[in-house]
Ligand binder design. Structure first.
Ligand code: MEV
Length: 448
């Protein structure tokens, strides 16, 4: 075991890191080294940019970058960039975009872009005294962080409400300052965390010096200062709606009324049952994450927040909802999305920069709309497939190419397989059998 432990790995050059890694952990040294090296050597300048994002980088990891065209959102047409490795996702978003394009497109409304942060602290003083002098404390907190907030305030943002929350009934001496922020077009994580850390020092000095507190109350321990990724007020609603009769072409084997009712029921199931809700929301996040990633936003933060929001009523449930009333089909999604279109990696990652340019350099609010509409499109397409043809038909057709690549099919074999599987069920073994049949029949396809 000892020979696999290293100290000072981060100090090694990229070549040294790779050498150590392949010598220690790879059975196919030359091959591993070549794969790791060829990605970063292909574009050393790009790799230098990526090296700045995280630590101990030895290469880069390539993902498909696709486009879902024809997304009409609030009467504006977008070609939405999506970074995702899963087959069918971009095709599904594109097909839903096209479907709704002819029915008024997607609508969105951003309620607010309020972000939250927390200063968690331990203090054994009298909380009533702290409440009494809270306006003075608040003033001190704002004044002593004015140097940090000045720029953000110029852009229309800054600190909003500061609230004292008493959790001492659940954990002795535990209190929290919950702070609301407006961070405009930036996600604002660094801004929020810097302000909160400064708040910690101001709070300590406040209780240490204010005359209302006794000597026993002068010591306060800051436990931690960090933003909350749960931002239930930084929320966007995306929706589509049309007369039920306009759903006539949603499925060729189902009339519009049957489709609308079956669709509504499928969404209702995800509102009732957490097992279905998890899969249902995963489908929504197929679309959300792909755009979040393409624009260099933090998909873990978005996911964490979305799933907490999905549990807000005490049970994990669907993020989307549907009604069919008075002959009108309505389908919508409410989702908190704390994203930025400036700062972070948005300009540093060349493809993220490009994605934002393709989207017309949107504000954070506009990007929230685009992301939510894409999530709703994804959800519509997935549920439409599930309640009609089933998901596997489209999925396995796309997956066919992956299987063919895995089995090293040449172009001619691929064309033959695509034709053959138009009417056959795709599975790994059926594709392998098909290939071995055509390869052994006369060897023509394999060698052309
Ligand atoms: C697959 O990635 C996503 C779906 O499972 C979503 C859903 O079931 O709604 C198809």
């Amino acid at each position: 075991m000892g020979e696999k432990i290293i100290s000072g790995f981060s100090k090694l050059s990229k070549e040294e890191k790779i050498d150590w890694l392949v010598c220690t952990f790879s059975d196919q040294r030359a091959e591993t080294k070549q794969v790791l090296s060829e990605f970063w050597q292909e574009d050393a300048d790009l790799q230098r940019v990526l090296d700045g994002f995280s630590e101990n980088t030895i290469s880069n990891y390539v993902m498909p970058f696709g486009i879902a065209p024809n997304m009409v959102i609030n009467d504006r047409v977008y070609a939405v960039p999506m970074v995702i490795e899963e087959s069918s996702v971009v095709a599904a978003a594109s097909s839903a975009a096209k479907f709704w394009m002819k029915r008024g497109g997607f609508r969105t409304e951003v309620r607010s872009t309020k972000k939250l942060g927390q200063l968690h602290f331990s203090w054994s003083g009298d909380v009533n005294k702290l409440r009494e002098v809270f306006p003075t404390l608040e003033n001190k907190l704002r004044t002593e962080t004015a140097h940090l907030t000045a720029n953000m305030e110029k852009r229309g943002g800054g600190i909003r409400e500061i609230e004292l929350i008493d959790f001492s009934d659940q954990e002795p001496d535990y209190y929290q300052l919950r702070v609301a922020f407006e961070t405009c077009d930036s996600m604002g994580a660094n801004f929020i965390n810097s302000v909160l850390e400064a708040f910690g020092q101001s709070l300590q000095s406040f209780v240490a010096t204010h005359s209302i507190f006794t000597d026993e109350e002068r010591s306060l321990e800051v436990i931690m200062a960090i933003l909350s990724n749960y931002t239930p007020e930084c929320i966007v609603r995306a929706w589509v709606e049309c007369p039920v009769a306009h759903l006539e072409h949603a499925c060729k084997d189902m009339d519009a009324t049957t489709f609308a009712e079956k669709f509504r029921k499928a969404i209702r199931i995800a509102e009732i049952d957490p097992y279905r809700a998890t899969t249902h929301n995963k489908g929504i996040f197929n679309g959300i994450d792909a755009v979040v990633l393409a624009t260099a936003n933090d998909f873990r933060a978005i996911e964490a927040c979305g799933h907490t929001y999905a549990s807000k009523d005490g049970q994990y449930a669907s993020l989307s909802h549907c009604t069919v009333e008075n002959g009108v089909f309505k389908f919508w999604l409410d989702l908190p999305l704390a994203v930025g279109t400036v700062g972070g990696l948005t300009k540093l990652h060349p493809l993220a920069k490009l994605s934002l340019e393709l989207l017309g350099s949107p504000s954070a609010k506009e990007l929230m709309s685009i992301i939510a509409a894409t999530g709703l499109a994804q959800n519509f397409a997935a549920v439409r497939s599930l309640i009609t043809t089933g998901i596997q038909q489209g999925h396995m057709k796309m997956h066919l190419m992956n299987i063919l690549n895995h089995l090293s099919a040449n172009e001619k074999e691929q064309r033959a397989a695509v034709k053959h599987f138009e009417t056959e069920v795709v599975s790994f073994s059926s594709v392998r059998t098909f290939l071995s049949n055509i390869r052994s029949s006369n060897g023509v396809l394999a060698h052309e």
